[in-house]
Design a protein around this ligand. Structure first.
Ligand code: CU
Length: 282
C-alpha cells in the first residue's frame, strides 16, 4: 500500500503537478498609520515584524500548500478560507505555530480569515491567489475601519457605538500612502494582460471606479451574472472577490478609487482613503 502511494506521488511529481509549496504567515499586532490616524490592528505578515499591509499567499493550480501559521498575538486565532470546507480551523493559541495542508483549491481568488470575534474586522483577512495564468496579477484588499472600534476591541470591550467607518484602505494603506505601495499601484505596458483581484474584506459594501480603462469581469464569488461584463465601476459586497482582466489600450496614469465619497477621505478630509493609480507605459 505504501509503495503504491509513493509510486502515485512520483508519477504525479514527474507529470508536473502536485507540487508542495511551503509558506509561513505571522499573526502580528501593531498600529495602522494614515495621514490622520493611528490605531491598533491585526495583520497577516510574512515575518514576525508587524506590517500594516496584509500578506497575500500565491500558489499555482494543483499545488499543495503547506501553510504554517505563527500566532504572535496575545489571543487565540484560527484559520479559515471563505466557502472552502475541510480545513483544520481549530484554535492556534497565543505564541504557537500550526502547519496545515491545503489541496484542491480551484484557480481563482479566495479570502482567508480568522473567524473568532472581531478578528477579521481587525485586520485578519487577506487573499490566496491560485494561478492558472502566466500574466502579471495584482490584489487590491479593500477594507474600512472605525478607529474607535479598534481601540475598544483591543481593550477587550464590545464596541459601544454603531459602525460609522472613518478610515478606508487599499492593501492596508490610505492615500497618499498608497502612492508609495507597489502592491496597490497597477503597473504595466500598453497591450499587457493584467489580472486584478479586488477583495472586499471590510464590513461595508464598496464600489471601485477605474479611470482610463475598462476591465472584464472573469469571476465574482457572489454574483455569477456579472461574469463577462466589461466595465469601469465594480460594486463589491462584503466578502466578495472579483477577478478582473485589463489589457491597457493607452499609456497614462489614471486613478482607481472607491466611488463612495466618504471612502476617499482620511479623518473626513479629501483626498485620502481608497485612492490608487494605474501607471501604464507605452
Ligand atoms: Cu472615478
Amino acid at each position: 500500500m505504501k509503495a503504491k502511494f509513493i509510486l502515485i506521488f512520483l508519477l504525479q511529481a514527474s507529470l508536473g503537478f502536485s507540487t508542495i509549496v511551503s509558506d509561513t504567515i505571522y499573526i502580528n499586532s501593531g498600529f495602522l498609520v494614515t495621514d490622520s490616524d493611528s490605531f491598533p490592528v491585526l495583520s497577516y505578515n510574512d515575518s514576525p515584524v508587524f506590517n500594516q499591509g496584509n500578506y497575500v499567499i500565491n500558489i499555482q493550480k494543483d499545488d499543495t500548500l503547506l501553510l504554517s501559521i505563527k500566532n504572535n498575538h496575545s489571543q487565540k486565532h484560527n484559520f479559515n478560507i471563505k466557502s472552502i470546507s475541510g480545513i483544520d480551523t481549530s484554535a492556534i493559541s497565543s505564541g504557537s505555530l500550526k502547519t496545515i495542508s491545503i489541496t484542491g483549491l480551484q484557480p481563482g481568488g479566495y479570502i482567508f480569515y480568522d473567524s473568532y470575534d472581531y478578528n477579521s474586522y481587525l485586520g485578519l483577512a487577506s487573499a490566496i491567489v491560485v494561478k492558472d495564468f502566466l500574466h502579471k496579477h495584482y490584489v487590491l484588499n479593500v477594507r474600512e475601519f472605525m478607529t474607535d472600534w479598534n481601540f475598544q476591541l483591543f481593550n477587550l470591550a464590545i464596541p459601544s457605538s454603531s459602525y460609522l467607518p472613518n478610515c478606508f484602505t487599499f492593501n492596508g494603506k490610505s492615500y497618499p500612502d498608497t502612492k508609495m505601495d507597489s502592491s496597490a499601484n497597477i503597473m504595466g505596458n500598453v497591450g499587457d494582460t493584467i489580472i486584478v483581484f479586488i477583495v472586499n474584506t471590510g464590513m461595508h459594501h464598496h464600489a471601485i471606479h477605474t479611470h482610463g480603462y475598462h476591465l472584464t469581469i472573469l469571476n465574482s464569488t457572489k454574483e455569477s451574472h456579472k461574469i463577462g461584463r466589461s466595465k469601469d465601476s465594480f460594486p463589491l459586497y462584503t466578502d466578495e472577490v472579483l477577478t478582473l482582466r485589463v489589457v491597457p489600450d493607452q499609456p497614462g496614469m489614471y486613478p482607481i478609487h472607491d466611488h463612495n465619497l466618504i471612502s476617499v477621505t482620511n479623518g473626513g478630509n479629501y483626498p485620502g482613503g481608497m485612492i490608487t493609480m494605474f501607471h501604464i507605459m507605452p
